[in-house]
Design a protein around this ligand. Structure first.
Ligand code: DLZ
Length: 140
């Protein structure tokens, strides 16, 4: 059976997210995952990623889900609450469902850091795509 990969992604910091997604899709293609087996769902912000990941597992029967988001620290504690809730939530979905959910959420202090990690030498999207396929294959 071919691998089915779910992607849930936030619309906050859209350019960063699109750059990450582009590299993820490139990696999935290089790993032989067909477009028809990639399911993408957008959510308003990173806080909504865990629930979207859970729904993706339940409705699309995917072999792995990659949650993509970008959090940038602001002046208040808001970032800390969201980053903590999202990381725990994503892990919890994986533990509850048995389907791997990968943490593709940038947690940055500045926009410069986010740009560096979404495109260029330090970009993480391609790595996340390959990791999704590796862990999905292990699960199978
Ligand atoms: C509200 C908010 C803020 C301030 N910053 C970010 C961010 O940097 N990255 C992100 O993905 N989402 C942010 N959000 C939105 C929250 O994740 C969430 O969508 C709202 O609090 C509604 O639940």
């Amino acid at each position: 059976m071919p691998l089915k990969i779910g992607i849930v992604m936030s619309v906050w910091h859209e350019k960063i997210i699109q750059a990450l997604l582009s590299d993820v899709l490139c990696a999935l293609s290089d790993c032989g995952v067909k477009k028809k087996n990639i399911f993408i769902k957008m959510v308003p912000g990173s806080f909504e990623l865990p629930l979207a990941a859970k729904k993706m597992v339940q409705t699309k029967k995917v072999d792995a889900v990659l949650a993509i988001g970008c959090l940038i620290r602001g002046e208040t504690d808001h970032y800390t609450y969201i980053a903590s809730a999202v990381s725990r939530g994503i892990m919890q979905v994986g533990l509850e469902t048995g389907v791997p959910v990968l943490f593709g959420v940038l947690t940055c202090t500045t926009m410069k850091q986010a740009k560096e990690r979404s495109s260029g030498k330090k970009a993480l999207g391609y790595h996340w795509g390959v990791a999704a396929v590796e862990i999905a294959n292990k699960k199978k």
